[in-house]
Write a protein that binds this ligand. Sequence first.
Ligand code: NAD
Ligand code: 44H
Length: 381
Amino acid sequence: MKAVHFGAGNIGRGFVGLLLHEGGYELVFSDVADALVDAINATQSYTVREAGPGGVNRIVTGYRAVNSKTDPDAVADEVATADVVTCAVGPTVLRFIAPAIVAGLARRSPDLAPLKVMACENAIGATDQLRAEIEKLDPSVTDRAAFANTAVDRIVPAQPEGGGVDVTVEPYFEWAIESTPFAGDLPSIPGAHFVDDLGPYIERKLFTVNTGHAATAYFGAQAGHVRISDALADPSIVARVGAALEETSAVLSAVHGLDPAELAEYRATILERFRNPELVDTVQRVGRQPLRKLSRNERFIGPAVQAAERGLSTSALVAAVAAAVAFDDESDEQSVELQRMLRSEDADVLTATVTGLEPEHPLFDAVHEVFAARQEELRTL
Ligand SMILES: NC(=O)c1ccc[n+]([C@@H]2O[C@H](COP(=O)([O-])OP(=O)(O)OC[C@H]3O[C@@H](n4cnc5c(N)ncnc54)[C@H](O)[C@@H]3O)[C@@H](O)[C@H]2O)c1
Ligand SMILES: O=P(O)(O)OC[C@@H](O)[C@@H](O)[C@H](O)[C@H](O)CO
């Protein structure tokens, strides 16, 4: 059995690659970072170090890497004969990996079972997005694959420079995968759970883990913290993050019928994970790409839209949006673009373009106020 995984970064090596290896797949990483591809190919094994209570070291073997920038043809050949394709490249990169998958599917023998495709990004319907990119290029190849959405959860921070291919992760993980697209022929992924309806799983994860994480990062950055764990040592940040998560939990209960007591436990576990003193994670990584995080279906506006439409409270989520709008990291392209837009667009345009909210939406005015206030603040700086 062979799996091709696009994106040999933090979650690629520290989670998806590890579980595919443990599931018995020969593993082919595909990445565009030359030095990373070379480093992977220079090793026979790497260690996934689980830092924190109960963590152990896990060894990954039986892999190689192919450079999809310099050798796209070789990647397509690997895809053509693979059983599984996964990716963890970031939602904005899905369109760039689609051509290699299309080329691989076009070369695939009709005798082979459908290729199992699972995007492992923090986004609702990431595999659907990848499928749409593939269809745009060649609609005739999609019947050679089974596309399943997934929700992946494991915190894998940026790795220290010079650390090689090894990767430090938290001990916790969860991987929920839609089962129906596989028609009974499930991929071999130990520890993953297969579910008929992924909707509640991905929303619970994105609107709790990622809402809480991003809120911590943005409130933390505003207060001058560098590490996520330091931000959560500040009781006022804990209170604001907790309030935002109470609002998302109310939405999850109202929309998916999730049990409020179980959600309260889930929230507490997540905050403990963020506090893990053995995992060095930064507000810079967690806050990365604020324009993506402020978009319509993402971790703040997504649940706030659903809350506003049901007459539920949104003030704590809107406060987190205000902190996100102030996130100013000159090494992050989206943060630079956001700050440029704040200086040059009016608040109506900003609210509509950044969040996708229509002026008549019940959330619009509150978010508009956030953008206008930040613009006023920038004028006085
Ligand atoms: N790190 C985490 O804790 C975590 C957890 C769950 C989900 N995720 C999601 O996984 C995705 C990746 O996150 P990450 O933290 O591993 O980021 P990362 O930057 O560490 O890894 C992304 C990798 O993709 C590679 N890449 C970029 N363009 C590519 C292309 N065209 N073809 C092949 N490879 C390409 C990059 O070189 C990099 O190695 C994101 O969607 C993220 O939201 C991350
Ligand atoms: O990867 P992003 O940029 O969508 O979000 C940053 C972090 O919140 C995220 O990577 C978490 O560490 C991860 O989602 C935990 O499962």
